[in-house]
Design a protein around this ligand. Structure first.
Ligand code: AP5
Length: 358
């Protein structure tokens, strides 16, 4: 069913689905007889939590990525029917019926279909920006590590030393939650359980954030990617923005050390700088040294959620270590020393990379 991206967005944003029988409705094109109630089974209608504008573009792109080989497969085996789905529902249904009937007639005549109904058009969801040669000299890094391994702490030091934009997916979700956006509310349910927010939601947010970062500045991605699909998506997003990844720094810390670190962590409500009750105390109790903001304990820094976050890391994130190792950009850093020692190791790696870019 072929249809332009902007039409899909219009359809999906106003879609309602029955909570019981899953029948789809639309506020304009197929309104239920009684507002908010399913015509078929009388149960309430709801909006799917992922039908939000932030995610639609990335869902489109993910769709194009996975569906392209499927379309090619059916086209090569001459079994592809492309139906123009941009029109009233009755017209689209009639066209599907006509196409299937024409196939059945051909089969009855024992004629295999010789040509597809119509060649598929693969629409690209994103237009790459014009090439910017400056972007080639900026340093682009990702920080990989278990929860509490010190990604945020190290990102802060690298950001200041090399003037890089610090993009932390956990902070972006918490910021959305603070502003009570749909995205923030959706992410919270996953974060509270120590699970990962779905890939498409996270990809959409990172892509949007990267699109806003000046093309000639470098960045540190802290906490993204965390799954193999996210790593693939990042490769694709960077190629769209004509950027490249210079290094993945893996901060390695044993689980036992992490539990101590997270239970004593306090974070600035305003600028997200992390502190620790023992290892990195602020000059004044409960107050951020950098911006004077209030320090608080994160909801997910409780023993139960910490254990679940660690499990999620071992299960879903460790495969990306091999992914970046195979790509030849992985640098392992021993994260067990004190903050200054880990920072020295991280800075040494980045300096080497920067020298190689000059
Ligand atoms: P996020 O906020 O990224 O949490 P995390 O990965 O669990 O990492 P943390 O922020 O807890 O730890 P950190 O490594 O930054 O350590 P820090 O420097 O603060 O993500 C939260 C949630 O959002 C996830 O659980 C998930 O639900 C969701 N999410 C985020 N990204 C996602 C994605 N890509 N896909 C899907 N879902 C996603 O240090 C910890 C403490 O130790 C601090 O108190 C610090 O002062 C101290 N410390 C640091 N280094 C040292 C050291 N060397 N010695 C002693 N103490 C130290």
């Amino acid at each position: 069913l072929e249809i332009a991206d902007e039409k899909i967005i219009e359809r999906v944003l106003n879609r309602l689905i029955c909570t019981h029988c899953h029948a789809p409705y639309h506020l304009t094109f197929k309104a239920p007889r009684k507002a908010g109630i399913c015509d078929i089974c009388g149960n309430p209608l709801h909006k799917r939590p992922d039908d939000i504008s932030e995610m639609l573009r990335v869902r489109q792109r993910a769709f194009q990525r996975v569906i392209k080989p499927v379309l090619e497969y059916y086209q090569q085996s001459r079994r592809l029917l492309v139906i123009n789905a941009d029109g009233p529902m009755e017209k689209v249904s009639a066209e599907i019926v006509a196409a299937v009937q024409s196939l059945q007639n051909q089969e009855r005549r024992a004629d295999a279909p010789t040509e597809p109904h119509r060649a598929p058009v693969i629409v690209s969801g994103i237009q790459p920006p014009a090439r910017n040669k400056e972007a080639k000299t900026a340093c682009h890094l990702i920080l990989v590590g278990a929860p509490g391994s010190g990604k945020g702490t190290q990102a802060e030091a690298l950001r200041d030393t090399f003037q890089l934009a610090h993009i932390a997916t956990g902070d972006l979700f918490r910021e959305n939650l603070k502003n009570q956006t749909d995205l923030g509310k959706l992410a919270k349910s996953y974060m509270d359980r120590g699970e990962l927010v779905p890939d498409d939601v996270t990809e959409a947010m990172v892509e949007d954030r990267l699109a806003k970062s000046p093309p000639d500045s470098g960045f540190i991605l802290d906490g993204f990617p965390r799954t193999l699909p996210q790593a693939n998506a990042l490769t694709e997003i960077l190629s769209h923005f004509e950027r490249h990844l210079d290094a993945a720094l893996y901060i390695k810390v044993p689980d036992a050390v992490i539990e101590n670190r997270l239970s004593g962590r306090r974070v600035c409500r305003k600028c997200q700088t992390p502190y620790h009750l023992l290892f990195k105390q602020p000059a004044q109790d409960g107050v951020c040294d950098l911006c004077g903001g209030e320090l608080y304990q994160r909801d997910d820094d409780n023993p139960r959620t910490i254990r679940s976050r660690l499990e999620t890391f071992h299960l879903q994130t460790t495969p990306i270590i091999k992914y970046y190792q195979d790509a030849g950009v992985l640098f392992e850093i021993d994260g067990q020393g004190d903050v200054a020692a880990v920072t020295r190791s991280s800075l040494a790696v980045i300096k080497t990379i920067q020298d190689s870019l000059r």
